[in-house]
Ligand binder design. Sequence first.
Ligand SMILES: C[S@@+](CC[C@H](N)C(=O)[O-])C[C@H]1O[C@@H](n2cnc3c(N)ncnc32)[C@H](O)[C@@H]1O
Ligand code: SF4
Length: 342
Amino acid sequence: MGLERAASVKPTSLVDPFGRAVSYLRVSVTDRCDFRCVYCMAENMNFLPKQDLLTLEELDRLCSAFVAKGVRKLRLTGGEPLVRRGVMTLIGSLSRHLASGALDELTLTTNGSQLPKYADELAAHGVRRINVSLDTLDADKFRAITRWGELDKVLDGIAAAQAAGLAVKINAVALKGVNEDEIPDLIEWAHGRGMDLTLIEVMPLGDIGDERLAQYLPLSMVRARLAERFTLDDIDYRTGGPARYLRVRETGGRLGLITPLTHNFCESCNRVRVTCTGTLFMCLGQNDAADLRAPLRASEGNGPLLAAIDEAISRKPKGHDFVIDRRHRGPALDRHMSVTGG
Ligand SMILES: C[S@@+](CC[C@H](N)C(=O)[O-])C[C@H]1O[C@@H](n2cnc3c(N)ncnc32)[C@H](O)[C@@H]1O
Ligand code: SF4
């Protein structure tokens, strides 16, 4: 952001007790998904009843209230955001905040399966960048990880997004014994197509059975192994998120590392999350939450909603409590990532 632009941006009125300005909202628009990734969901999930979900109009009101409070970046996620019926209507409506200059960025995190259908429309609504989750380029492994996904569809989706002019960042969860040997290939593939790649450590969210400890691969180990093959330079690049970035000298591309378990990223946290039922989580790694659906439904005006948001931000905790080790086999938190959207 240029200096002139920065000076003209109104400061966020959402400042937590630790002086962190909340300028980034992630909204899960559905808990449903067309995949069943092994680290994210059990195969047989019980999804929320429809009446518990915020309607598209309520999601719009909620997002717009946060924008009025100074949120500058909005990310739609899920579940799979692009399987929510009518999601394009919501995105089209929210794009008015881009046009007015109230919002800097409207973006989404997607598994890519619906991008062949929606990429052009997303671009037309002012979406400029998206994150696509892709853990492997091997079709059989892809099927094993996502249970229900098809690699070709996702690759077609990524191609459609790039053809529509969207910048694509690839997110890959690093999984012990599953894709760990493939990470150099993923780097070369993504960077060769002009995409950043961010690696994510498995987080202990939601009960998915006994697999968590077996899946956990510390990125410190991944980095050490990559350093035998690539020259990795730490760089200052930040996106306001928890990723630390490296430049891979051989490819010229950027590699992000999200290490919630081996590195505490809380001190610079600028974000909060809302679920598709209107529950606001002030921290991905804590259970404390605020219900925004009741104040949203209590009145046509936004007074109660805005007051509830203020009250919740005043309770944003300093940091998270994630632990995965042999003494903590169960999930640190009961909710699945598909509920808070990562
Ligand atoms: C919950 S998904 C929602 C958006 C979309 N369905 C997708 O997969 O991109 C968001 C991100 O969370 C990641 N994720 C899901 N469960 C995770 C876990 N237990 N630990 C770390 N990342 C996880 C996914 O790989 C994905 O990149
Ligand atoms: S990670 Fe995304 S694509 Fe995979 S099951 Fe979870 S919500 Fe669906």
